[in-house]
Design a protein around this ligand. Structure first.
Ligand code: CA
Ligand code: CA
Length: 403
């Protein structure tokens, strides 16, 4: 009727069973023994402790049920839920209403929903004294999960708190056990929608004090297989607990379908592919829905130009968001380029404005940086003054003019 393990004070609830004899004195036996010993049986001899007997008389239950039940979870991704009767006062019949138009008279049914949605479930419990209906419990059937993963990388040899303890991306904020839990699949309950080509902050918190290598893979083509080419973020030798970085879904991501996002963290140097088992870290899976980008570009670019230096040609790098599809660079010296990331050789000294205009289906945007580049031709750079790099006084034996 009752058992309790490894405590000093044992408390709990006893429910006399419906089959017990009523109206006569029954023997109630309480047996205890030390926590690491053999669990007492009704007639066993305790090793160190004691057995006590009491007298109990049971009366008929004349109360109506107090209807109640438990479930094995209120969010399901298979559609199936196990409902367990927890009503008091010995109901003799049950009527479950699952909220999808179906019912059951089983005491503890397993029910499978066929359509995704939210359902209110109640239990009506009846005995000879009356009928009672439970409060409703909401069950969410989330059918939008990724394809089954082709691999689920298990941790080989967890130690030193390696692994992922918190993952934040857009609306996801999921705290979880470290690598001691091995592979963790959160695709059913942890999901977010991301617009392709938009920069989102992402924070991967890792356990312990040791640095981690971090990878994020996305099943971009939604074929159920994660490949090395589907790496969308890599952070090598990242400090623990972790910093906020930027995640951007690429243009060739399948839209409007639940995609598997795999986050992996491991001890530095282990170079994990999407199906590699982490040596001491962890892999976790989430669900991402990629939404189309309906925004014009937001322009940004960087270059290899260093003020006072002799960089020429200058490498320009597009950093625009919202997935531009064409580019027009104006280098300020009369030349232009339509490459995304052009390298440009200046041929005359001067201060040059640099403009970038970028276009996608939703519009065009542009930016001009005044005096972005100052070119000196010829450009002399000199050996360091500590004498370790070159020979001779300024200009005589130093690095040649940079091309
Ligand atoms: Ca974890
Ligand atoms: Ca794939």
């Amino acid at each position: 009727m009752f058992s309790s393990d490894n405590l000093k004070l044992h408390t709990g609830i006893i429910t006399p069973p419906a089959t017990a004899t009523l109206g006569t004195r029954l023997r109630l036996r309480v047996a205890a023994d030390f926590a690491n010993g053999t669990i007492p049986t009704p007639c066993s001899t305790p090793q160190y402790s004691q057995t006590e007997d009491y007298s109990v008389t049971l009366a008929a239950n004349v109360s109506a049920p107090a209807a109640a039940f438990t479930t094995n979870g209120t969010t399901t991704c298979t559609g199936c839920v196990q409902f367990t009767d927890a009503s008091q006062n010995l109901p003799t019949s049950w009527l479950w209403t699952f909220g999808d138009g179906t019912t059951s008279t089983a005491q503890s049914p397993n029910h499978c929903y066929t359509t995704a949605g939210t359902y209110a479930v109640t239990l009506q419990a009846t005995n000879a004294a009356g009928t009672n209906t439970s409060a409703a419990t909401s069950i969410v059937y989330n059918g939008a999960v990724p394809l089954t993963a082709s691999c689920t990388p298990q941790t080989i040899n967890y130690f030193a708190n390696y692994g992922i303890t918190r993952f934040r991306l857009n609306t996801i904020d999921n705290t979880s056990a470290d690598g001691s839990a091995g592979y963790q699949d959160f695709t059913c309950t942890q999901r977010t929608e991301l617009i392709v080509g938009v920069n989102y902050p992402m924070t991967i918190t890792t356990g312990g004090v040791n640095r981690h290598d971090i990878w994020v893979y996305l099943d971009k083509n939604n074929d159920g297989v994660l490949t090395a080419a589907e790496l969308i973020y890599q952070g090598l030798n990242a400090p623990s607990p972790g910093a906020t970085v930027t995640l951007t879904l690429p243009a060739n991501t399948v839209l409007n379908q639940p995609l598997r996002l795999r986050v992996m963290a491991d001890a530095v140097g282990n170079n994990l592919g999407p199906c590699s088992s982490p040596v001491s870290g962890q892999a976790e899976d989430y669900t991402v829905l990629a939404r189309p980008n309906t925004l014009p570009p937001i322009i940004n670019f960087s270059s290899s130009y260093v003020p006072g230096g002799c960089v020429n040609p200058v490498q320009f790098t597009d950093m625009s968001t919202n997935l531009p599809t064409s580019w027009l660079w104006d280098f300020g010296d009369g030349s232009t380029s339509t490459a995304q990331n052009p390298s440009h050789q200046y041929t005359a000294s001067g201060n040059y404005n640099v403009s970038l205009s970028a276009t996608n289906a939703n519009g065009t945007a542009s930016i001009t940086r005044l005096n972005a580049v100052t070119i000196l031709i010829p450009c002399l750079s000199y050996c360091p003054s500590n004498g370790t790099g070159g020979t001779g006084p300024n200009g005589t034996h130093s690095t040649a003019p940079s091309s």
